[in-house]
Write a protein that binds this ligand. Structure first.
Ligand code: ATP
Length: 651
């Protein structure tokens, strides 16, 4: 028996195939140890027997569904490090009759490229993306055997344990985490046996080395960040049972309390806990829709917080609790997602709005500062509240402060508080500011564009240092507050005008969420109308069953400068004044009808009527064309165009 990892000659390939076929048959039929078989192959065959793999098997099984594959492609660091290198490798081997694959640490194919003709043939044995090529799934093969041994290996023809793979030769090299030595996955090159080349294994090994190097570069900085993040959290949540996972579900760190709960002495022992796989599966499959679960094998309730850098997920914090809280149903693996429900209460299906909501859901669990932009009444505060309610801070306060409505002189003391005796007439015991009151929670700074410049400097300091100093004191107080700011103004323009600090803008605008105005959310107008109709019918105890189609058409043409708030008020008014069970145009507030009437009339008027209406308006406004355009609710340029068309002069 020879210990070689690869074939060293391409001569006599057919003879070698025949010889191996005989050895395989003898082993499968009589179980006798085959002479002349490479030792590592014999070891692997024995493992396959233990796993009770069927030697007559023709195909492997697909074990990753599309969602799981997408999850891996979007979030696996191995995939991130490897994809460019694998693309290059695929280009290099084009036309050589080979396929290039990347597999994860369980032998599942997550990248596959190469000759189309060969691909078609390989499909017969399910050599496909998502398929499981571990030894347990499909016997001795380069992917599975290199994972099992931790070495590069070439498997030729009937060295494969399963008959379906006998026409093939495959060469694989493991990719190891340079920091921990753990196997992350495998690079593989597969072709038909009569195309066998010993140097294919060299190419696979070199490719694996490149990927390892790239992986190291990426993971080192991420790891540092994860450790730093963990230390910060543990400082705040002293005494809690917390485990830190990286994106590949490896445990990076954990608290003493977590060790105790899991009943182990060192983190190296974690792999021996049966329930840990259940937790890792939960992280892989559920976590994007559900943050809480009761894991029956661990007998623990877990709460998961994702760790992100600029919306990119890099790890997880898992909080363990020995008993599930009362409001969680105790069936095993039960998963509830109040956050999902909270977001579904926000009405709006238009694509623009939904894309904002998707961004919200990603950013909610993080502590990143958020700047919400959008016209008045579009729902900025509503979104800010939901961001808070669906964050880990939801048990701590959400405080809103409108920077536009507080007198400038009072704003500093409102935000930062003051010591006793600072102001004549102030509270003799001093006062906590909003930052202290919101500690652990979220502070919503509405109309941030109205904040005076001198206060902007203080706010920036608080965001940077994470501590405040009360007025009249020099003693800093640490605060942990997430800031969500909102504005209807154009902040870059304010910066140009010298009214807003650039550095504060960048601090606040880690994530910008823009809420589109109602007039750009055509279908949402109907959804919101129905929603408010239900709400106010219940509130005023009325049985209003429907709304006239004229009203809906009218709503769709309205400009809604006050957005959702204006629509909400309109429906409330209509419900109050409606005397039948159907809302019609006559139930709407007159102010709205008048404001929107002019352009509507213009749209529906025959030319003559439109012409005389414009003349009448010009006369009434004494030739003030800006006033005419405003009253007709059309742009001035449109008015000029129409005057030109009808030959109307200003006089
Ligand atoms: N998507 C939505 N679904 C249901 N109701 C909504 C939605 N968005 C906003 N609202 C409701 O519309 C009203 C206005 O929302 P909100 O106060 O959040 O707007 P805003 O943008 O903060 O306004 P402003 O700029 O004037 O401060 C509130 O009553 C809110 O509950």
């Amino acid at each position: 028996m020879s210990p070689y990892l690869a074939f060293h000659s391409t001569s006599e390939l057919y003879g070698k195939m025949k010889e191996l076929e005989n050895l395989w048959e003898k082993f499968v039929l009589t179980n006798s140890p085959p002479e002349k078989l490479r030792y590592l192959i014999y070891e692997s065959w024995k493992r396959c027997q233990e796993y009770e793999v069927d030697p007559k098997k023709k195909q492997s099984a697909i074990s990753l569904n599309n969602d799981q594959l997408l999850e891996i492609m979007n979030h696996s660091r191995l995939f991130e490090a490897a994809v460019q290198i694998m693309d290059d490798l695929s280009k290099q081997i084009r036309g050589t009759g080979y396929l290039a694959t990347l597999c994860d640490s369980e032998g599942r194919i997550i990248y596959l490229d190469g000759d189309q003709k060969v691909l078609k043939e390989a499909e017969l044995m399910n050599f496909l993306i998502g398929a499981d090529w571990s030894e347990k799934a499909i016997g001795t093969n380069a992917i599975g055997t290199s994972l099992a041994t931790g070495h590069p290996v070439q498997i030729f023809s009937a060295e494969h344990y399963c008959q379906g793979c006998h026409p093939w030769i495959c060469s694989s090299a493991p990719i190891k985490d340079p920091l921990t030595g753990r196997i992350l996955g495998v690079v593989d090159l597969t072709g038909l046996s009569f195309e066998a080349q010993p140097h294919t294994l060299g190419i696979a090994t070199m490719t694996a080395n490149f990927i390892q190097k790239r992986y190291k570069e990426i993971s080192y900085s991420t790891l540092q960040y994860l450790h730093h993040y963990f230390t910060q959290v543990v400082k705040r949540k002293n005494g809690e049972a917390i485990i830190l996972f990286d994106l590949s579900f490896n445990i990076i760190n954990g608290t003493e309390k977590a060790l105790k709960l899991l009943n182990i002495q060192h983190w190296q022992q974690i792999g021996s806990i049966p329930g840990i796989k259940q937790l890792q599966n939960f992280l892989l499959n559920q976590v994007h829709i559900c943050k809480e679960s009761y894991l029956d094998q661990l007998k623990l309730h877990v709460h998961v917080e994702e760790i992100n850098i600029q919306l990119e997920r890099i790890g997880f914090l898992v909080y363990l609790q020995p008993q599930q809280s009362k409001d969680i149903v105790s069936s095993p693996g039960f998963c509830y997602d109040s956050s999902h429900q909270k977001w579904s209460e926000i009405i709006g299906q238009s694509e623009k709005f939904q894309s904002t909501i998707r961004k919200c859901q990603l950013v909610a669990p993080t502590s990143a500062s958020v700047l919400i932009t959008g016209e008045s009444g579009t729902g900025k505060e509503r979104i800010a509240r939901t961001l808070h309610q669906t964050s880990l801070r939801h048990n701590s306060p959400f405080l809103a402060i409108n920077c536009g409505s507080i007198p400038k002189e009072l704003m500093a003391s409102e935000l930062f508080g003051y010591e006793p005796g600072t102001f004549t007439g102030g509270n003799s015991r001093g006062k906590r500011g909003k930052f202290e009151e919101a500690n652990g929670g979220t502070l919503f700074l509405d109309e941030i564009g109205e904040m005076p410049l001198d206060l902007q400097v203080h706010l920036l300091r608080v965001l940077q240092e994470k501590e405040i100093v009360r007025l009249g004191s020099s003693h800093p107080i640490p605060v942990d507050v997430r800031i969500i700011a909102a504005t209807h103004q154009n902040i870059p323009k304010l910066i140009q005008e010298g009214k807003f600090r650039t550095d504060l803008y960048y601090r606040l605008n880690v994530v910008e969420l823009h809420i589109p105005p109602l007039r750009e959310r055509d279908h949402d107008i109907i959804l919101l109308t129905e929603h408010f109709l239900k709400r106010f019918s219940t509130k005023y105890n009325k049985t209003i069953l429907s709304i006239d189609t004229d009203v809906i058409s009218f709503f769709k043409t309205c400009q809604w400068p006050g957005n959702i708030r204006e629509l909400e008020n309109t429906i409330e008014h209509a419900v109050l004044f409606c005397l039948t069970n159907k809302i019609t145009l006559s139930d709407l507030p007159r102010s709205l009808l008048e404001k929107e009437r002019a352009p509507l009339l213009l749209q529906s008027s025959p030319n003559n009527e439109e012409k005389s209406m414009i003349i009448r308006y010009i006369e009434e406004a004494n030739g003030n064309l800006s006033e005419v355009a405003r009253r007709l609710n059309i742009a001035r340029t449109t008015l000029y165009r129409k005057m030109d068309k009808y030959g109307i002069s200003k006089h």
